[in-house]
Design a binder for this molecule. Structure first.
Ligand code: GLV
Ligand code: MG
Length: 337
């Protein structure tokens, strides 16, 4: 199901027709900053040169009595830095739809910095109706403030109801940019027995072969495999991007790397980074492995029109592996640009 363009009307006089395409951009990490923190804000101009996306967070982790300061801090931050000059995306995570802050968030941000804002991340999306609401509100505010470029919408998948409606959310609006898994809220919504922000759990295990070696018998199962797979399918079926969300244990970069890599291999374009140490990790993980790129390039070269069957290093390649190879070669090219 694709929604008609009436969701964008009325347009501001002279405003361009909104487009549906999600720009092909490198978005390996969506780097979260707390805009009410003046010290962090002062570092944003430098930060913008090193990350793919800067996101000013207005929702969870911002105390209730700092919501206004965060909103105003975001406006200051957006005005002070030319994000477009470095090709860096400027996103915000607004407060939840049933919170007292959401209207002020959108009214202020679109009025003050609507032309600089690329994507609005919407938390706790439960169904397409939540996206329709944001869509209409953005259309009205863009029209009122003569915003020239449609602001895109990114949903966080972090409630059991949201997961049940993931396909309908993915195609709820031509504004949809993508979706992120929110493992912390999702764990709570599902009644999972955890106190973590993403990652595995030592008690959630793969049953091991009693004769296996020690390393194998301590292997962890990925708690998020099912939801990531569902999210990736819903996103790809609708031409939008999937992302892994946060990893909260900053002291465990090895586990963070594994979580990011599993998401990458399953089709995610990037992940959230909450700490500077995770930025380098995301850069490495969300780019294809050089050996894999070399092999993929050999497949593409061996089948110039993408059809037929060839053997490379004893492995059969055909039209389907050519398509897989193209994904890897195209991403490697984007990373190298
Ligand atoms: C992110 O918002 C999460 O709940 O994991
Ligand atoms: Mg959350």
């Amino acid at each position: 199901m694709k929604l008609p363009r009436r969701f964008f009307q009325p347009l501001a006089a002279g405003a361009p027709e909104p487009f549906r395409e999600v720009p092909i951009k490198l978005e390996r990490m969506i780097h979260f900053v707390p805009p009410h923190n003046e010290k962090v804000r002062a570092r944003v101009p430098d930060l913008a040169k090193t990350v793919d996306v800067v996101l000013g967070n207005l929702e969870d982790a911002v105390p209730a009595d700092q919501k206004e300061a965060a909103r105003n801090g975001f406006v200051a931050m957006a005005k002070a830095t030319d994000f477009a000059a470095s090709g860096t995306g400027l996103w915000t995570r607004i407060n939840a739809l049933n919170s007292p802050w959401i209207l002020d968030d959108l009214f202020t941000l679109v009025a003050e910095v609507g032309d600089k804002l690329d994507v609005v991340m919407v938390p706790k999306v439960e169904g397409p109706w939540d996206i329709h609401y944001i869509d209409q509100l953005l259309a009205q505010l863009e029209a009122r403030h003569h915003v020239r470029k449609p602001i895109l919408v990114h949903a966080i998948l972090e409630t059991a109801e949201g997961v049940a409606n993931v396909d309908a959310i993915a195609c709820a609006s031509p504004r949809m940019h993508g979706m992120s898994l929110g493992p912390a809220d999702l764990a709570a919504s599902r009644g999972m027995k955890t106190t973590r922000v993403g990652g595995g759990h030592p008690d959630y295990r793969v049953l091991s072969d009693p004769k296996g070696d020690a390393e194998r018998s301590s292997a962890q199962q990925d708690l998020w495999h099912y939801t990531i797979a569902r999210m990736v399918d819903a996103c790809m079926a609708n031409g939008i991007k999937a992302f892994y969300g946060p990893f909260g244990d900053f002291s465990d970069s090895a586990a963070c790397e594994v979580q990011f890599r599993n998401a990458f291999l399953m089709g995610c374009a990037g992940a959230w980074t909450l700490h500077p140490s995770q930025v380098a990790l995301a850069k490495t993980v969300f780019a294809p492995d050089p050996a894999e790129v070399n092999f993929a390039a050999r497949i593409v070269e061996a089948m110039p029109d993408g059809t037929g069957a060839v053997m490379i290093d004893g492995k059969m390649q055909d039209d389907a592996t050519w398509k897989q190879a193209k994904v890897i070669v195209d991403l490697a090219r984007l990373v190298a640009e």
